[in-house]
Write a protein that binds this ligand. Structure first.
Ligand SMILES: Cc1cn([C@H]2C[C@H](O)[C@@H](COP(=O)(O)O)O2)c(=O)[nH]c1=O
Ligand SMILES: [Mg+2]
Length: 194
């Protein structure tokens, strides 16, 4: 079979903190696991891995992160589901690419169920759960993590989805909010597409 597109129109979209509010769900799970857990207000997080306040117990953090059902109950980010559908409707090949939490026994199933419930059943097989996002081919990856590394030189250009803990990053182009997708995503696919 020949190539279906004359150029790569694949847009890869991260899940946690990009289309689903992971940190809200994690906070609930942390307090359930340890009522004294020192939560970090989201606006005060200084980095991606800043998940506990002074004196936090790493075992409580692990218990929260590994809570069954955590990933099933996340709230969708405003506008995200609509934009996924809109991008697909414009002929882009949209795939959701997300890293699992290995110790969470329901994480993988929860992520597929979340996509089915919030975006639609046809999006389940558009969901790639992978530790190494560099092996997934695409034109653009929209992701909140400041630095994404793996075993390959990525084919995609990273578009940083703005969250409080990545505001200090200046080296990566960013998308501030979903409604900006046309101005930010399309020029990275091909300038003439915009
Ligand atoms: C936002 C965030 C996520 N994680 C954990 C939770 C998930 O298992 C993965 C998701 O990673 P991805 O880069 O969004 O695919 O990582 C975390 O540990 N800390 C965070 O701030
Ligand atoms: Mg993320």
């Amino acid at each position: 079979m020949g190539a279906q597109h004359a150029r790569d129109t694949t847009v890869l979209v991260d899940m946690d903190e990009v289309i689903a509010y992971y940190l809200e769900g994690l906070d609930r799970a942390l307090v359930a696991a340890d009522p004294d857990y020192p939560l970090v207000p989201h606006e005060e997080r200084t980095g991606y891995a800043h998940l506990g306040g002074p004196g936090f117990n790493p075992e409580s953090l692990a218990a929260g992160m590994n809570t069954p059902g955590l990933f099933r109950n996340l709230r969708p980010v405003e506008g995200a589901v609509e934009v996924l559908r809109e991008m697909a409707g414009e002929g882009l090949n949209v795939l959701v690419v997300t890293t699992p939490t290995y110790g969470n026994p329901t994480c993988v199933q929860d992520k597929y169920e979340w996509m089915d419930r919030h975006v639609g059943p046809e999006w389940v097989n558009r969901t790639i759960i992978a530790y190494d996002k560099t092996v997934v081919s695409g034109a653009v990856l929209i992701d909140d993590k400041p630095s994404i590394t793996g075993s390959m030189e990525p084919s995609w250009k990273h578009l940083l989805f703005t969250r409080p803990y990545n505001r200090y990053v200046e080296s990566v182009p960013r998308i501030e909010k979903w409604e900006d997708w046309k101005q930010t995503v399309l020029p990275l696919i091909e300038p003439s597409y915009a």
